[in-house]
Design a protein around this ligand. Sequence first.
Ligand code: NZQ
Ligand code: ZN
Length: 394
Amino acid sequence: MKDFNYYAPTEVVFGENSEEQVAALVKKYGGTKVLVHYGGKSAERSGLLDKICGLLTEGGIAFKKLGGVVPNPRLSLVHEGIKLCREEGIDFILAVGGGSVIDSSKAIAYGVPYEGEVWDFYLGKDKATEMLPVACVLTIPAAGSEMSEASVITNEDGDVKLGYSNNLSRPKFAIMNPKRTFTLPPYQTAAGVTDMMMHTMERYFTKDDDMDLTTDIAETMLRSMKDAIFAVLKNPEDYRYRAQIMWGGSLMHNGLTGCGVTDDWATHQLEHELSGMFDVTHGAGLAAIWPSWARYVMHENLSRFVRFAVNVMDVPNDFTDPEGTALKGIEAMERFYHAIGMPINIKELIGKDITDEEIKEMTRKCSRNYQHTCGQLKVLKAEDMENIYKMARG
Ligand code: NZQ
Ligand code: ZN
């Protein structure tokens, strides 16, 4: 069993009235002048942005607003945010939105006290030793950034999407009101659940499979999300199941399902090239890659794939044919993706055939110019990445 540190310092404030506490929470964590950072339109349309700004004003907290974060958040807006924060003497960043807004907030927060170029953290050239505090009002359960140490940014110069992880960036608090997710379209809801399930699957498919408690927790969470998604697709205003999904998104990426195991993350790294190149929704990109990745690597730990098939996907265990059982689990996952409106290959994801040149380019980027591997269950070299992209082309 792998030794581990479990560090989840974010204060979670969950429920219908959670937003009311925003000003008190900002003060508690030392904010005196806040950057309220948000996305395109959803937080404006729903009235959430006005509500948060009104509560900050009532609480006597000065703030500036910066909107315009897009899914697969861009480095150029991060630069704009850094400049604004420096000019205005901002000391706290409040993200109102989903993973993209939170990740953009984290990047700005790294950049404000840093003399160099913030992108260097994402390139692995330097490590942040300080940053502004970040907190969030979450509007879409998916990325898990509200409790995670990660931030994923796209540099438009070359369409390169890279993540940077640092425990400093775990949000100080996360306000989560499941009612705020009622307005999510079915596609975003399903892509979000796909992403959160994958955060746990990246940790579940491992060679260190002797931490039984982590495995049991992971399976329970995966089953819960599988049930909850159908309930909210049927009734988007189902508070009970919106709440399961919202809390599930945090628990599945705050490290809990990674305790004692070595995590993989190959599906995520393969996907980041897809969303970097085609600007697709991250969760949908994961669904397009995972079945091919699973078929490619399953022999590295077949019993794990059998266990997944039986305990998560309800496939009857054919004890005489473990490979057949494992494959049926992967097929069941494909049926699940289709049932919630997700793609199972790249053609379904981008609506056209991907070219050999595009696959080569994604392989080059994913392998950082053929210098890096990805994954742990099977360590993938560039040729493996290319093979998986080809299997996934559809
Ligand atoms: O921009 P607006 O108008 O707000 O619309 C957003 C956006 O178009 C919409 N939305 C959000 N809340 C809504 C809503 N629409 C209606 N009602 C609401 N309540 O949803 C769309 C997607 O938002 P986004 O923030 O992009 O979604 P998500 O949370 O899935 O974040 C995706 C980003 O997170 C990264 C992904 O790579 C991607 O860039 N990830 C971050 C991770 C982390 N920091 O730990 C881990 C993940 O694996 C992931 O890589
Ligand atoms: Zn993800």
